[in-house]
Design a protein around this ligand. Structure first.
Ligand code: PXG
Length: 450
């Protein structure tokens, strides 16, 4: 694997302040951004090029999606060829070969008897689809009273009403009304007191899965459709599953007939050093939601992967009617399928999941090298993901995270921050020297922050 050539930014149009006005940016402090814009104009392998000519090492795989690195020729060519062959194929009552091929490939990759794929266009749509499938599955089997859903504090499951409702980040919920009824939340598993500076999975915290028993005691399992968790929580600041915790959730779900959904939008496609977290951890959920790394971020696409038994439960009744009244105009879009097939080929050809696994130890040592810096409250890691939690500056929560993010940017490294937690999740093609650069720069930025 060769390192990236210097990304040559295209000649970027000069942007006056007013030119930025019309675009209402997502999950962004719009006024702050527009006062000092940060514009990306090109990308190749491990790097972005910025409008001002700077080159940035991408420490977050875009947004946890560009697992094979940016602008890979194989993917770009597959998308272009498909765009010329057939741009769009009606998704309902018609099909095209690439969607079937992709579903097959995903079934092969998925653990256990997870062997069917339903296509969406994003992680949010995957989550809403998975929740609907879970409720409809029980309905199909004569258990229509199973409608309750269980999420987790600090969980992120996208921005749709379903994902927001099972999600557990207050800022994403509190402005948007009542959300779905009948949703309970497990406690999150993060503890600075008991598990700070864990390497890999913390030993403390498996008992927190018992909260599901309390929810069952309150409502009875016969009213609960599904539990959804991220096997490793990304957005809320990299929360690593305690040893034994997910196993316990699996056992309780097995005993009570509640479906277990792993939201693997972030952990899918090699992030932890295996195809999915489910494989990495040796736990087979009933449903897996994916997106992001499915197409290496090149075309929006998501999918819901389900066990055979769930799919088969729908395959009865009149053959002239859709078995599931659900889908999207762009489900299995030809360009997305082309991108996904080329992406899976690339992951296999370059053995990138194994590569991530083989780099994980080096990555772990490098991030824990920041342990003794001032303001560092915790460092946690799994696979090629790390979270560095900083102490909040007095009276200014989030200010230190933002300051470190900006200092890294100035020094040519892009990291992600959420409040005062820095998240690092580089493309799986990263070289050891680039891991050094990433954490060396981050260390300098932390040292410099007040
Ligand atoms: N589930 C999980 C676990 C996610 O991480 C979604 C669902 C929603 O996916 P879409 O494609 O609808 O955005 C996500 C998205 C961050 C960050 O900073 C993470 C996401 C999105 C934006 C920022 O960690 N993950």
């Amino acid at each position: 694997m060769t390192d990236a050539p210097t990304a040559q930014p295209d000649a970027a149009p000069a942007l006056g302040r007013n030119d930025l006005e019309a675009y209402w940016m997502p999950f962004t402090a719009n006024r702050q951004f527009k006062a000092a814009p940060r514009l990306l104009v090109s990308a190749k392998d491990m790097h972005y090029g910025m409008a001002d000519g700077r080159r940035l090492l991408d420490g977050c795989s875009g947004l946890w999606c560009v697992n094979a690195g940016h602008c890979r020729d194989e993917i770009a060519e597959a998308i272009a060829a498909q765009a010329r062959r057939m741009d769009y194929s009606t998704a309902f009552q018609m099909g095209h070969p690439a969607a079937f091929e992709l579903a097959d490939r995903l079934a092969e990759l998925a653990p256990g008897d997870i062997d069917h794929a339903f296509f969406t266009n994003s992680g949010s749509e995957s989550v809403d689809t998975a929740l609907k499938i879970a409720i409809a599955y029980h309905h199909r089997r004569g258990q229509g009273q199973r409608q309750r859903l269980v999420g987790r504090e600090r969980g992120y499951h996208g921005a749709g009403f379903g994902g927001m409702s099972v999600g557990g980040i207050a800022n994403n919920r509190k402005h948007f009304g009542m959300s779905l009824g009948g949703v309970d939340h497990l406690p999150h598993t993060h503890s600075l007191e008991h598990a700070a500076f864990s390497r890999g999975q913390p030993r403390w915290g498996a008992h927190l899965a018992e909260a599901l028993e309390s929810i069952i005691a309150l409502h009875d399992a016969s009213t609960i459709a599904a539990v959804i968790v991220e096997p490793m929580a990304g957005s809320a600041g990299v929360l690593i599953p305690p040893v034994g915790y997910l196993e316990r959730l699996r056992e309780i779900c097995d005993r009570t007939g509640i479906l277990l959904i792993f939201d693997e939008v972030i952990t899918g496609f090699g992030r932890l050093g295996a195809s999915f977290a489910a494989e990495y951890l040796g736990i087979v959920p009933d449903i897996i939601t994916i997106a992001k790394g499915l197409t290496n971020g090149a075309v929006p696409m998501g999918a819901v992967l389900v066990r055979k038994e769930i799919h088969d439960a729908f395959m009865s009744g009149p053959e002239t009617l859709p078995e599931l009244f659900h889908g999207y105009t762009y489900s299995g879009h030809p360009l997305a399928c082309a991108a996904a097939l080329a992406t899976l080929d690339l992951y296999a050809k370059e053995d990138l999941f194994a590569r991530a696994a083989s780099l994980a130890g080096y990555f772990e040592d490098a991030v824990h090298g920041l342990k003794d810096l001032d303001h560092v409250a915790d460092i946690r890691n799994l696979g090629l993901v790390a979270g560095i939690e900083l102490e909040a500056a007095p009276g200014a929560p989030g200010a230190r995270g933002y300051d470190v993010f900006l200092r890294c940017l100035e020094k040519g490294v892009l990291v992600r921050y959420t409040g005062d937690i820095i998240a690092v999740s580089p493309p799986l093609i990263i070289e050891k020297s680039q891991i050094d650069e990433l954490f060396g720069t981050l260390g300098e930025a932390i040292e410099e922050t007040a």
